[in-house]
Design a protein around this ligand. Structure first.
Ligand code: MG
Length: 437
């Protein structure tokens, strides 16, 4: 490619933000641990430190259940992606193993659901058992909107950077494995979309813009909650064990940094000063801050200290985050976009299709949102091209694999236009033929 350097730099910066998503969450978690529920005093304006203790008690720099549960999701995503039933089974099985062996502290609701999954050996699949236990708990108590699914949701965004429709569905599905309340699902959908935009754009997005990803009936309510968080400081949202106030406290902290230090330090200080469930609020805030500003914006002192179950340190989280993004993002992160592919992207975007360089084009509308169908195009290791279709069930089908760029491009554009033509908000243009190059 002609101008490799700017692209290499862009790719490095994006990788920094991919790593920052997990590391920012882990640093927020370890920073908040000492102060959870007032375990250690924190004077007004004091900068929190990773001194350990808390409810564990934890070692200095050690992260808690928030990051532990996120690591389980990330490992399953690195292995399987996050589109299939197998992947969700791996998430639940991983949590059950964690609960049996590594959990330092566990939310009430999570413990109850995973306990039932572990006890139930009737042969049903793990994710299905968790979902049923979670919905049964919700039916029984009507109170399952704790912050325990939001605190661990960041890896879902990394796994589906290329596929916003699937991201919304899977963020809600993975939330529902333990937290059936629709508000918990909404919060995960909102935060994952914000993280995805932050990784792609390198900036903290306008959270309110993402309420369109939620069901119509609750959009105004969420817009009001977000506006409230932008008006008030984080401590206004304590107690924050409720998923809505946890999200508000985290967003408020991002909007109201505390002190004159570097932005991420000041924002995470504000998150810890929210009080109450300090590690969770700071973990939630940290994942979005890390996604926007990258691992390089985190303090070196934090990165040296941060560690936790299952025996991981900062470099391990970097590696894990990259593997999740590579695995879940075959069409975007991994793709070295050539000039020709840029040209195709421009063509599609000018017709209201696609996602810029990501070559993800979604299909017909379905009840409750878009279908997760898409057409993909990528360069293979040997330099040839593959064009494929991924259906609602996530099983990809290869249309063509060819060394001939013109053939791949034409097939991709044809299939995209065919799929796009069935989309409600898009009118098919006149048939377009590429000039043979
Ligand atoms: Mg915790």
């Amino acid at each position: 490619m002609s101008d490799a350097d700017p692209r290499a730099r862009a790719s490095d910066a994006r990788e920094d933000r991919v790593e920052g998503t997990l590391l920012g969450g882990a640093c927020g978690d370890a920073l908040g641990v000492p102060y959870e529920l007032g375990s250690a005093p924190l004077a007004a304006g004091e900068v929190p430190r990773m001194i350990g203790g808390g409810l564990g008690p934890y070692a200095p720099g050690e992260w808690s259940d928030d990051t532990q549960m996120a690591v389980v999701i990330a490992r399953a995503a690195a292995e399987h992606g996050l589109r299939t039933v197998d992947a969700l089974d791996a998430v639940v099985t991983g949590w059950v193993d964690w609960l049996a062996s590594g959990a330092s502290d566990v939310g009430t609701q999570t413990r109850q659901v995973l306990g039932e999954v572990a006890a139930d050996v009737d042969g049903a699949r793990a994710a299905e058992r968790a979902r049923l236990a979670s919905y049964a708990l919700h039916a029984q108590t009507g109170r399952t909107a704790g912050n325990g699914s939001l605190m661990r949701t960041a890896p879902v965004a990394l796994a589906l950077l290329d596929d916003p429709a699937a991201l919304g569905e899977q963020a809600r599905a993975i939330s529902g494995l333990t937290h059936a309340d629709p508000l918990a699902g909404d919060a995960c959908v909102l935060w994952c979309h914000a993280i995805r935009r932050a990784v792609l754009d390198g900036d903290v997005p306008d959270l309110a813009e993402h309420v369109v990803e939620l069901p119509h009936a609750r959009r105004d309510q969420w817009a009001g909650w977000i506006a409230d968080a932008e008006r008030r400081t984080p401590s206004a949202f304590a107690p924050n064990g409720y998923v809505v106030t946890a999200l508000q406290a985290a967003w408020s902290a991002i909007c109201h940094p505390l002190g004159d230090g570097p932005l991420v330090v000041a924002s995470l200080s504000a998150a810890v000063h929210a009080g109450d469930d300090t590690d969770t609020v700071a973990a939630i805030a940290g994942s979005l801050l890390g996604a926007a500003h990258g691992a390089s914006a985190l303090s070196a002192e934090w990165l040296d200290a941060v560690h936790g179950w299952p025996g991981l340190r900062a470099d391990d989280l970097r590696d894990l985050a990259r593997r999740v993004a590579d695995r879940g993002d075959p069409a975007a992160v991994d793709l070295q976009v050539s000039d020709e592919l840029d040209e195709v992207a421009e063509h599609l975007v000018s017709r209201g299709l696609g996602e810029g360089h990501h070559f993800v084009v979604h299909g017909r509308p379905v009840r409750g949102g878009r279908s997760s169908e898409y057409i993909g195009l990528r360069v293979l290791d040997d330099g040839s091209y593959r064009v494929w279709y991924s259906g609602d069930r996530g099983t990809p089908r290869t249309y063509v694999e060819t060394p001939d760029w013109a053939v791949a491009r034409q097939r991709f554009v044809d299939e995209v236009e065919l799929l796009g033509a069935s989309r409600g908000d898009w009118k098919a243009p006149r048939r377009h033929r590429w000039k043979r190059r």
